[in-house]
Every structure is written in structure tokens, then in C-alpha cells.
Design a protein around this ligand. Structure first.
Ligand code: MLC
Ligand code: AMP
Length: 492
């Protein structure tokens, strides 16, 4: 049996999940997921790592679906509830998912896919119907999950992890941040990325702790939950802390004091997925007395580096490698660099992903010959701690904690009837880290950028839509014909 389920058995009567104003125990979670597994198996002995996509908002039902897929021996492919249909279709097709579990709120949205005879779209309530079945034995080497991440290729790639890799990603954090069963965490992050799935949800359930879901981030609801006094832990991206600060500042002095007091009682607050600006860290400290613990991670590795839970948390730094994570910094020739010199972060260890799904070449290219995963992030060791300096590619943008491929957006833009060419970049932004900006080339002298955004919204998730546009007759290029993206920034 998967170790996460064995652990859950130790806490049967404890609260595992709070969602939609209901509390569900570990026993209920185990029961419901074995029902899902039995229905998915439908008398087969094992799903044998078949990709099973599921479209379920953050809730008890999401976890029951995820655990049910695992218990039946499938590979869980979470779909993002905020994606438009074309983005979902891409993931369904690329992952080879033939079965899609869908929450009733999204059945209508998937209606157009019903015409595809190869797809079996199953309403969630069907797999929640009472059923039982012997469950397969699942070894640690078995594929468990596939999360889609953008990279330097235009389309997102499926990052595959096994049960063993997931276990390693969880255990590292449970130890480093001293999770315990009395913990209570609020999860307002999307559940198709490691931050929400591993750091928040899975660490809580591994520890016998309780995870409360809100379907979506709302600053007021987060503050209300902090004020309720239940929470011991909170984890979010820097943009969320920025928004929480804004909300606090907009309230009156009496309420501010209450919010600050309540927040100060949490035992840990963590920031990650993007660089935490030092002014945000300082402001948060002045409001809540917490020095945010900043850590560094990636879909392909889980978490790699972290500031200390008990000792120093240095503003602007990401700390040191987590237990079990091997790390080095190398120059362009893959030679390790010494202290004070910038180098690419490379990672080895049991937390590193297995493969990009059905992309043998891309997987091979992502590793050095001696097995180090090349993150593409540049860092430097200074006074005994690592500092992230940036990325080696201008084509990757981080906005609101989401990783976005400039190439993917350019590709879609070129499909618009009035656009001949395009170049997309990230512009520094206090709130979002970076905002997406697009330079469009068109034969037309003027363009309705709102219309372009609207057209894009039907094709891409909201966080990938450019917030700024310029119109040009041609793109700036170097002698090799490559678009000079640095030069492009000056146009905005
Ligand atoms: C949304 N908006 C944006 C935007 N995203 N504007 C600029 N840039 C962006 N990136 C706009 C919307 O269009 C809308 O405007 C308004 O903001 C509100 O939209 P929303 O969807 O309601 O936004 P909100 O809920 O406030 O979302 C902000 C957020 C979200 C920070 C909660 O971006 C988020 O959940 N980010 C977390 C992503 C994450 O989990 N990353 C982890 C990846 S794993 P309008 O005009 O339309 O009203 C990883 C590894 C690791 O990175 O280390 O963890
Ligand atoms: P993702 O592919 O969505 O998992 O995003 C991973 C990327 O987020 C990393 O490669 C980094 O570029 C970035 N990232 C994560 N944590 C941090 C951090 N603390 N500081 C700076 N960048 C970060």
C-alpha cells in the first residue's frame, strides 16, 4: 500500500480536509478513495500507470480522486480548473489520458470532447458510487503523477514523478519544516502545480495534519481564516503576500491590530515559486512579526533549497540545499564555480523527476552526462548562503508564481489574422514579479489590443495574457536574425 495511505490509517479519526464548510476525516478520505479506485478498476487488477486526467476544484473530492487514481495504480494528471478548453485539450491529448474524471461544475465545459469516441468522460459522482475491489500493490518505482510545466519549448511538457520521488519530495519538507499532526494549513494555491500539491496538501496529509481548501485565493478569506485562529502554517507565492499586505493596509487600525496578532501566532509562513522582493519580506515582518521563510523549487525537483526553520532566514536569499538534495553551481562549460561566482543550479537526488512524458530527447537534454538536472536558474553562493540571480533564458517568464513560455504565447499570437509576427517578454513588476508584454508586428497601422486579449483568452489561461502591447513594423533582431529581447524591453 502507498505509504501516504498507511500514514492516513494511523490518523483515521483526525480531520484531514476542510472544504465547502465540511470536515472530512482520514477514514472518510481512505474510504472514498478506495471507492474511486474500485470504480476506475472496474474489475481489472491494476491500471498499470494509465494516465487518468481529473478536473476537480480544490476540495475533498479533488483529493479523493487523486488518491483513488493512485490506489488503482494509475498516473494522476490534474487539469487546471481555470484553463480554457484548448489548454485542457492539449494536456489530455499529450498525456494520453483516455479517462477524464470531471466535477459536475465542469461537465458542460468538456461537452465538446464527448464527440471523441476514444475518451471516456466520467462524472465524478459515478466514481463515488459504492463499490469495492482488491487493490493492486504499488511499488515506489511506479509512475504516479504528471504535472505540465512551461519551458524553453513552446508547448508545456508533462513532468512525470513516481511514488518514490513524491515520497522523497514530501519527507524532505516534513523534516525541514517540522510538520506535525497538530498542524492546520490553508490551501489557496492551484492544484496542478507542486507548490499546492506537494508542499501544502501532501505534506499535511503525510503528517496527519488538516488542510483547508478555498476554491480560489481571496485576500479577505485568507485574513478571515488567519483570524479564526485555526491555522499554524501558511504557504504562498510572493504575489499573494503582496495582495495580503494591500488588504491589511486598506483596513482600519483596530482591525489591523487583530489581523497582526492572529498572524503572529502561526508557527511558520513560507514564500516560494518566485523571488520574494525584500521590501515585501520587510513589510510582512512589520505587520505579522514573521520573517517569511523563502525557499526555491521547481516542478522537476520539488523543493531544492530553503532558508532555515530554526536558524537564519536571510532576506533576498534562498538558503541551503534541503536534506537529501545534492546541488552544484556550474559555468557554461559545466565546470563547478567557486563562491561569489554566478553559475547554473544543477540538482541530483531522489526528488528529481523521472522524465518528460514521451519526450526522450528533451529529457536527455535536461540532464548532464553524469546525471545532474540542469535547472536553467542562475545563483551565487555568498557568505554561506545561495542567492538566485535570474534565469539563463529570456523566454521564460514568472508571473504570479506561474511559469510562462514566451514562445507559446508568440506562437498563438501568430495565429491571429492581423498579426504577422510577435515577440513576448516579461517586464519587472512589483505585484506580479513579471508581467507579460507583447510586441506585435502587423501590416495595420493601429490595432485594438483589447480585442487581441479577448481573442487570446479563448485560447490561453488568464495568467498568460499580455498586460502590455506595442505595435511595430518589425522586430529588433541581431546579425543572426534572432530577436533581441533585451532591446525590446526599451519599447515599453
Ligand atoms: C491574473 N491577473 C493578472 C495575472 N494573473 N494580471 C497580470 N499578471 C498575471 N499573472 C489579473 C486577471 O486577469 C484579473 O484581471 C485579475 O488579475 C484577477 O485575476 P485572478 O485570476 O482572480 O487573480 P488572482 O486570483 O488574484 O491570482 C493571483 C494569484 C494566482 C497569485 C492567486 O496567480 C496564483 O494562484 N498563483 C500561484 C501560482 C502557483 O501556484 N505557482 C506554483 C508553480 S510550482 P481582470 O482585469 O481580468 O479582472 C513552482 C515551483 C515552486 O513554481 O518553487 O513552487
Ligand atoms: P515551475 O516550473 O513553475 O515549477 O517554476 C520553477 C521556477 O520558479 C524555478 O526554476 C525558478 O526560476 C522559480 N523559483 C522558484 N522559487 C524561487 C525563489 N524562491 N526565487 C526565485 N525564483 C524561484
Amino acid at each position: 500500500m502507498i505509504e501516504l495511505f498507511q500514514k492516513a490509517k494511523l490518523h483515521k479519526d483526525r480531520a484531514a480536509i476542510v472544504s465547502n464548510e465540511n470536515t472530512y476525516s482520514y477514514a472518510q478520505l481512505l474510504d472514498r478513495s478506495s471507492v474511486v479506485a474500485a470504480n476506475l478498476l472496474n474489475k481489472l487488477p491494476d491500471l498499470n500507470e494509465a494516465s487518468i486526467a481529473f478536473l476537480v476544484p480544490p476540495s475533498f473530492e479533488y483529493v479523493a480522486a487523486q488518491w483513488g487514481i493512485w490506489a488503482a495504480g494509475g498516473m494522476a494528471v490534474p487539469l487546471c480548473v481555470q484553463h480554457p478548453l484548448p489548454s485542457m485539450e492539449y494536456v489530455i491529448e499529450d498525456s494520453g489520458s483516455k479517462v477524464i474524471l470531471v466535477h459536475e461544475d465542469f461537465q458542460e465545459m468538456l461537452q465538446p470532447l464527448k464527440a471523441n469516441p476514444d475518451l471516456s468522460i466520467i462524472p465524478l459522482k459515478e466514481v463515488f458510487k459504492k463499490n469495492s475491489s482488491p487493490l493492486p500493490d504499488i511499488g515506489l518505482h511506479r509512475r504516479a503523477m504528471m504535472l505540465y510545466t512551461s519551458g524553453t519549448t513552446n508547448k508545456p511538457k508533462g513532468v512525470v514523478t513516481t511514488h518514490g520521488i513524491i515520497k522523497s519530495q514530501i519527507v524532505t519538507l516534513v523534516e525541514a519544516w517540522e510538520w506535525e499532526k497538530e498542524d492546520y494549513i490553508l490551501n489557496i494555491l492551484p492544484l496542478h502545480h507542486v507548490h499546492g500539491i506537494i508542499n501544502v496538501l501532501s505534506c499535511a496529509l503525510w503528517s496527519g495534519a488538516c488542510c483547508e481548501f478555498h476554491a480560489k485565493f481571496e485576500a479577505k478569506d485568507v485574513w478571515d481564516t488567519i483570524l479564526s485562529g485555526k491555522m499554524t502554517l501558511f504557504m504562498a507565492v510572493p504575489t499573494i503576500y503582496y495582495k495580503l499586505i494591500n488588504y491589511w493596509e486598506s483596513d482600519n487600525k483596530k482591525k489591523q491590530l487583530k489581523m497582526s496578532e492572529a498572524a503572529s501566532r502561526l508557527r511558520l509562513m513560507v514564500s516560494g515559486s518566485a523571488a520574494l522582493p525584500v521590501p515585501v519580506l520587510e513589510k510582512w515582518k512589520s505587520i505579522t512579526s514573521h520573517t517569511l521563510l523563502e525557499r526555491y523549487g521547481m516542478t522537476e525537483i520539488g523543493m531544492g533549497l530553503s532558508n532555515s526553520y530554526r536558524n537564519e532566514r536571510r532576506p533576498g536569499y534562498v538558503g541551503l540545499p534541503l536534506p537529501g538534495v545534492e546541488m552544484r553551481l556550474v559555468d557554461k562549460d559545466n565546470i563547478p564555480v567557486t563562491e561569489e561566482l554566478p553559475g547554473e543550479i544543477q540538482i541530483k537526488g531522489p526528488c528529481v523527476f523521472k522524465e518528460y512524458w514521451q519526450k526522450e530527447e528533451a529529457t536527455k537534454e535536461a540532464f548532464t552526462k553524469d546525471g545532474w538536472f540542469k535547472t536553467g536558474d542562475i545563483a551565487m553562493l555568498h557568505n554561506g548562503m545561495y542567492k538566485i540571480l535570474g534565469r539563463d533564458s529570456v523566454d521564460i517568464i514568472k508571473s504570479g508564481g506561474y511559469k510562462i513560455s514566451a514562445l507559446e504565447i508568440e506562437d498563438v499570437l501568430r495565429g491571429h489574422k492581423d498579426i504577422d509576427d510577435s515577440a513576448v517578454i516579461g517586464l519587472e513588476d512589483e505585484e506580479w514579479g513579471e508581467v507579460v508584454a507583447a510586441c506585435l508586428v502587423s501590416g495595420k497601422n493601429t490595432m485594438d489590443f483589447d480585442e487581441i486579449s479577448k481573442w487570446l483568452r479563448a485560447r490561453l489561461p488568464a495568467y498568460k495574457i499580455p498586460r502590455k502591447y506595442v505595435l511595430q513594423k518589425k522586430l529588433p533582431r541581431n546579425v543572426l536574425g534572432k530577436v533581441t529581447k533585451k532591446e525590446l524591453k526599451s519599447l515599453f
